[in-house]
Design a protein around this ligand. Structure first.
Ligand SMILES: N[C@@H](CCC(=O)N[C@@H](CS)C(=O)NCC(=O)O)C(=O)O
Length: 211
């Protein structure tokens, strides 16, 4: 663990967007401290949280840098910030390798996770046909990612990267919609990431707050 910096405060709850951040901090060995919000109780709308994130959402981080704090929302921007703080840990150093890892990262963000979130939203409105169609589209994109891990060990190449973190959290949430017997490569990849210490610790980060 990096002891030369203050822990980053990670304000969140046990949701995919927050778990991605926790896994990234674990993988990058960045010290962090979780502050748990109860979303069902609406704590994300408390004035103290709105002062940090006027959208009333999580995750939000506070990086205590000294004179000014960095306050950042948007899980995927936070992941990129973590990658910049620890070059080579979450994205490859070589430009062409990094370009591929980022291509895959954005594939999971836009073609899998965003579509799945839209399905969730439509379901909450009672639009079952539309939400089912979007769920199927998201799951198909996830299944299609088997071709990435057929070609390389990880989703974004031969090293673990943000692409794996994005893919892993959504695959965990939607694991019952994937036919794991249908693709050995996807299963091999999922099993390996699930056992990774950063993923194991990150997935538990919001079980007990330490803030
Ligand atoms: N695009 C944002 C989405 C943030 C978001 O929607 N967070 C959800 C939890 S995953 C939230 O705060 N929901 C509480 C609410 O909307 O009241 C991100 O990636 O951080």
């Amino acid at each position: 663990m990096d002891t030369n910096r203050h822990p980053i405060e990670l304000i969140g709850a046990r949701t995919g967007n927050c778990l991605r951040v926790a896994i990234a901090f674990e993988e990058a060995d960045l010290p962090y401290q979780v502050r748990l919000l109860d979303l069902r109780q609406g704590e994300q709308h408390d004035p103290a949280h709105l002062a940090l994130n006027p959208a009333g959402k999580v995750p939000t981080i506070i990086d205590h840098l000294g004179e000014t704090d960095l306050i950042l929302s948007q899980s995927n921007a936070i992941l990129l910030y973590a990658a910049e703080l620890k070059p080579g840990r979450l994205l490859p150093l070589k430009e062409t390798d990094r370009a591929i890892a980022l291509e895959r990262y954005f594939y999971f963000l836009t073609d899998v996770i965003a579509v799945s979130h839209s399905a969730f939203f439509l379901r909450s409105l009672g639009s079952h046909a539309a939400s089912t169609a979007l769920d199927e589209r998201s799951n198909a994109a996830l299944r299609d990612a088997a071709r990435f891990v057929k070609a390389t060990r990880y989703m974004g190449g031969e090293s673990f990267s943000l692409a794996d973190i994005a893919a892993f959290t959504i695959a965990s949430v939607n694991r019952r919609h994937i036919d794991w017997n249908a693709d050995a490569h996807l299963k091999r990849w999922f099993d390996e990431v699930e056992q990774r210490p950063s993923a194991r610790r990150g997935m538990k980060a919001f079980e007990h707050s330490n803030g």
